[in-house]
Each structure stands twice: as C-alpha cells, then as structure tokens.
Design a protein around this ligand. Structure first.
Ligand code: NAD
Ligand code: IPM
Ligand code: MN
Length: 365
C-alpha cells in the first residue's frame, strides 16, 4: 500500500463545505488504487485568526512542509476585511505560497461538453475551449518591495506597491509554461503589459530568449488588455497562457466563466521541490456560505490535480476526473451551473453522487 500524508486547509466560508466533499472523494479514489491517506486538518485564514490570532500559524506551515501535498478550500470573509494587512486571511494564504515556494500556478479552464449551456458565451464560442493558464505565483506586485502606506507632500495618505520581476523568476516560470505547452497543443501565448511596464519589458525579453530552447513550441505575445478581450471574443485561439501573478489572477477568473462557473476551476501550485498546494481558483463565497449551495467540482478537480501533479498517481486522478464527468452526465448540477433539464443539487448531494460515480467505475487503464 502507498501511503501519503495530506494537509487539509478548509479555511473560511464555503471552504469547509467543498473540502469535506473532496476529502471523501480522494479517500475513495485512493483506496481503489491501493493508496492510503493520512489527513491532517490545520488552520488557515480567518479560521486561524479567530483561534490563534494569526492567519498562518507556525504549526500549519510545518505540517504543510512535512506533508506530501496540501489541499486548500478558500479563505476570507467580511468580518476580517478591515483587518490590518498582516492580520488578513489573504496574507496568510500568500505567506503559505511563499513558504512552500510554489511559484508555478497551473489553472486549467476546460469547457466540458456537458456544461456548454452553462457558459455565458454562445455555444459555438465556448464549445471545445481548453486553456491552461500558467500564473507566476510568488512574485510580482503581490510581493514586490517597496510597498506600504505613506503621506505625500500635500499631507495626503498614499498606498503603494511595486511590480517587480527578477530574471530568474521569469526564467523558471517561463520554462514551466514552455514544458506545459509542449505537452499540450504546442502553443504558448505570453500575456504582459510590455508597452507600459518595465517589469513586463524584461518579461517579454526573457521569454523570447528562452523560446530558443523550445523550438517545437509556437510562442506569441499579447498585451493583457487585448487578451482580456480576445478571451471572450474567440477563446479557442488559446492553448497555454503564461502570465504574471496579478494578470493571471484576473484572467483565470475571466476564463473560468467560459466553462460555466468559477466553481469549476481547479489549480495546482508547484515549486522546484517539496509539497504542492492544490486549491480551487474561487474564494470563500461568503454570499452562499453555510447554505449547501457551493459547487464542489473545482475542489474535487483540485484533488485530482493533487494526485497527478503532486503524487504522480495518474490512475487515481483519472478516476476522479471520470467520476466528475459521469456525475455531470447523470445531470447533477449546483445552482451556478444549473440549466434547463438538469437536476439542481446541493454541495453535499453532488459529493454523494461523485462518490457513487467513483465506486461504479471500472479500473482506470
Ligand atoms: P469568490 O470567488 O469568493 O466569489 C465570487 C462569486 O462567485 C460569488 O458570487 C460566489 O458566490 C461565487 N462562487 C465562488 N465560488 C463558488 C462555488 N464554488 N460555487 C458557487 N458559487 C461560487 O470571490 P469574492 O466574492 O471576490 O471574494 C470573497 C472572499 O474570498 C474574499 O475574502 C476574498 O479575498 C477571498 N478569496 C479567496 C481566495 C482563495 O482562498 N484562494 C480566492 C479568491 C477570493
Ligand atoms: C486567488 C485569490 C488570491 C490571489 C487572494 C485571496 C490572495 O484571488 O487565489 O486567486 O489573489 O492570489
Ligand atoms: Mn483570484
């Protein structure tokens, strides 16, 4: 039997609801492949603040580092929105990404045929879309210094941040993106703002130079404003997108809607070594928290990414992905992806239906 230790970080809002579903699915899919998990549930975000006074307790960091992989729900909520920077749930998440050195964030936006009608785009625009956003995750304006608050010469309050990339940071994320594109359709579009920002000018120069090592990949560059427009005009032009931390954050939320809902998009955050961090791209959805309305597919698909990218357990990952498709085929939908002729279900029920689908599958090949 293969054994893995997994740190679970349910977090806030709908986080605990979607993590509970994903944990059960992981456990069952794993057991069918001879895998045994030991789960360690730890505190992060607002849940950690309320108990320990900090958004990322030391015990959470050390458990995460000792684990084979980390699965996260979501963090954040109105009650902490006015906290000082270092006491925000979001700060805890950023510190965790930094501590695990997971600089590469893979966010696949795949339109499942079953959900074409849930897309806000026309069928012919959405059908067949399959984009991988490779987002730089531990640099750029999120972490750049100087940052802070100050007072200007007029005695007015100012807030400031720094968009900054060092060559080595661009190099390592670009290589992940080229490798990713190579295994897909061989097309890479690097999205930047090189017409305005120095950090983007260096980004474009480095990415162009690195392309020489990947002659089989077709590289293009696009400004982020155009990319935002092209994503809803003709999304099928994209295969793999490489971009910085903040553009990747925004573009992946936009891309998620093509697939029907932000509740469908998983992600994998990977570093050079050590455990990966796996989380849906959505937040804690405080507007629907505690109502059993959350779409758990993004977190369940993040668990599949955990198996594939984090543990190298492709067969178990495939079991989960097949079970998601089977559940969709059988018509079950949460409210965010519900359309005429499908069965409206809550988070818990979707979880039970996914388990049935996992159970009924023939072994993956
Ligand atoms: P959000 O992603 O939480 O919600 C945006 C909208 O999408 C809401 O209407 C919500 O109900 C809906 N939604 C999101 N996930 C859903 C799901 N699984 N099923 C059904 N509907 C879903 O973004 P927001 O409202 O801007 O932020 C809320 C809080 O979450 C904030 O505190 C923010 O900082 C935090 N946040 C955390 C993460 C994370 O933990 N990685 C990501 C984004 C936002
Ligand atoms: C995400 C979120 C986070 C980000 C926030 C909560 C720090 O929006 O994971 O997409 O901006 O990276
Ligand atoms: Mn985001």
């Amino acid at each position: 039997k293969r054994r893995y230790s997994i740190t679970l970080l349910p977090g806030d809002g709908i986080g605990p609801e979607v993590i509970s579903v994903a944990k059960n699915v992981l456990e069952l899919a794993g057991s069918l492949e001879g895998i045994q998990f030991k789960f360690h549930e730890m505190l992060l975000g607002g849940a950690a603040l309320d108990v320990t006074g900090v958004p990322l307790p030391d015990e959470t960091v050390s458990m995460a580092k000792q684990s084979d992989a980390v699965l996260l729900g979501a963090i954040g909520g109105y009650q902490w929105d006015n906290n000082e920077k270092h006491l925000k749930p979001e700060t805890g998440l950023l510190q965790l990404r930094e501590a695990l050195k997971v600089f590469a964030n893979l966010r696949p936006a795949t339109v499942f045929p079953q959900l074409v009608d849930a897309s806000t785009l026309k069928r012919e625009v959405a059908e067949g879309v399959d984009i991988m956003v490779v987002r730089e995750l531990t640099g750029g304006i999120y972490f750049g210094k100087p940052r802070g608050f100050s007072t200007n010469e007029n005695g007015e309050e100012t807030g400031f941040n720094t968009e900054i990339y060092a060559a080595y940071e661009i190099d390592r994320i670009a290589r992940v993106a080229f490798e990713t594109a190579r295994k897909r359709q061989g097309k890479l579009c690097s999205v930047d703002k090189a017409n305005v920002l120095e950090a983007s000018m260096l980004w474009r120069k480095k990415v162009t130079a690195i392309a020489a090592d990947y002659p089989d990949v077709e590289l293009s560059h696009m400004y982020v404003d155009n990319a935002a427009m092209q994503l809803v005009r003709y999304p099928k032009q994209f295969d793999t997108i490489l971009t910085n931390n903040i553009f990747g954050d925004i573009i992946s939320d936009e891309a998620s809607m093509i697939t029907g809902s932000i509740g469908m998009l998983p992600s994998a955050s990977i570093g050079k070594s050590g455990p990966g961090l796996f989380e849906p791209i959505h937040g804690s959805a405080p507007d629907i928290a505690g109502q059993d309305k959350a779409n758990p597919f993004a977190t369940v698909l993040s668990a599949a990414m955990l198996l594939r990218y984090g543990l190298g357990e492709a067969n178990a990952a495939k079991r989960i992905e097949n079970a998601v498709l089977d559940t969709l085929n059988r018509g079950f939908r949460t409210g965010d992806i519900h359309s005429a002729g499908t069965k409206l279900a809550g988070c818990k029920q979707i979880g039970e239906e996914i388990l049935k689908s996992v159970d009924s599958q023939v072994p993956a090949v």
